[in-house]
Design a protein around this ligand. Structure first.
Ligand code: FBP
Length: 320
């Protein structure tokens, strides 16, 4: 994958974040999401590539734009063929309330390298490079925490675990507390939490619990670039979800997916903050422009590049 693509795709996540950020705190999740989707859809077509959305806004009959299977990009002859896992606005509720950790995210891989994940839940565990060999979804929280603490040469009581604040996590929370680790409960946005596990100084060591499966694939792509680790197991709530997964080619419904099975080959990841978060700052508007904060990385080199961009709307009217 050409490294120049990295800058091209950051422009796309910036456009989506700028559009969504206008709706921060305005109590309208759908409007924020719609703005991000439209801006991202438009920006993709200015890039010389043949893209297919593999993880997107939903099935074709449910999502008008950026649905699974949609073709994007200039699609001119000879254009590189790439698959996309996107979330134009990860954290719709967060954005509508002006909370922390909302992002616009794009992961890119060569054709056929993302797990074709259905829109179900996923049980997840994510860590940074120093604990990459210490996790297993087949073990309980306490055992994982002891192994992670050993790998990080610290005590379990030094670890901070991020968990989505949901009643379904009562058991995990109880076990993590019993093991002695600290917990940071978040209202939404487990992609940024997964990234934070691999960012030195973020204060986050582990992500545990159940969140969206599409977000799991996106987080796995990011952690491939950052040298961290991620494991996921699909969680089905209904028979319909199971049969949909079957139609999408998933045979073993209880499989634990390793990071390379979620996002294989050479991958690229970029994200732009919509609201302030543990890794990225949110969009700041000023008269005639705005400032964005993004991260871009590729699995080939592992370089994590932060980009602060100052946008002059008078000279770039199309960006908004
Ligand atoms: P949205 O951007 O679609 O609102 O998703 C936010 C999110 O918190 C994800 O980060 C997370 O994986 C998922 O929702 C959890 O789902 P639920 O809110 O149903 O528990």
């Amino acid at each position: 994958m050409d490294r120049n693509f990295a800058m091209e795709f950051v422009r796309v996540s910036e456009a989506a974040a700028l559009a969504a950020a206008r709706f921060m705190g305005r109590g309208d999740e759908n409007a924020a999401d719609h703005a991000a989707v439209e801006a991202m859809r438009r920006a993709f077509d200015s890039i010389h590539f043949s893209g297919t959305v593999k993880i997107g806004e939903g099935e074709r009959d449910e999502a008008p734009m950026l649905y699974i299977g949609e073709k994007v990009g200039s699609r001119r002859e000879g254009a590189p063929v790439l698959d996309l896992a996107i979330d134009p606005l990860e954290g719709t509720t967060i954005t509508s309330k002006g909370g922390a950790n909302a992002l616009s995210v794009i992961a890119v891989a060569e054709e056929g390298k993302f797990l074709h994940a259905p829109d179900t839940y996923m049980s997840k565990i994510a860590v940074g490079p120093d604990a990459r060999d210490a996790i297993s979804l087949d073990l309980g929280p306490a055992e994982n925490l002891h192994n992670i603490a050993r790998a990080k040469k610290c005590d379990v009581s030094d670890l901070t675990v991020v968990i989505l604040d949901r009643p379904r996590h009562d058991d995990i929370i109880r076990e993590v507390r019993k093991a002695g680790a600290r917990i940071w409960m978040i209202s939404d946005g487990d992609v940024q939490a997964a990234l934070a596990t691999a960012m030195p100084g973020s204060g986050v060591d582990v992500l545990m619990g159940i969140g969206g499966a599409p977000e799991g694939v996106i987080a796995a792509a990011a952690l491939r670039c950052m040298g961290g680790n991620f494991q996921g197991r699909l969680i089905f709530r209904t028979e319909l979800e199971k049969s949909r997964a079957h139609e999408m080619g998933i045979r073993d419904l209880n499989k634990t997916y390793k990071i390379e099975e979620l996002a294989a080959g050479r991958v690229m990841f970029c994200a732009t903050g919509v609201t302030d978060g543990s890794m990225l700052r949110g969009v700041k508007f000023f008269g005639g422009g705005a400032k964005t904060h993004s991260v871009v990385m590729r699995s080939e080199t592992g370089t994590i590049r932060f980009i602060e961009a100052h946008h002059d709307f008078r000279r770039k009217p199309n960006i908004i």
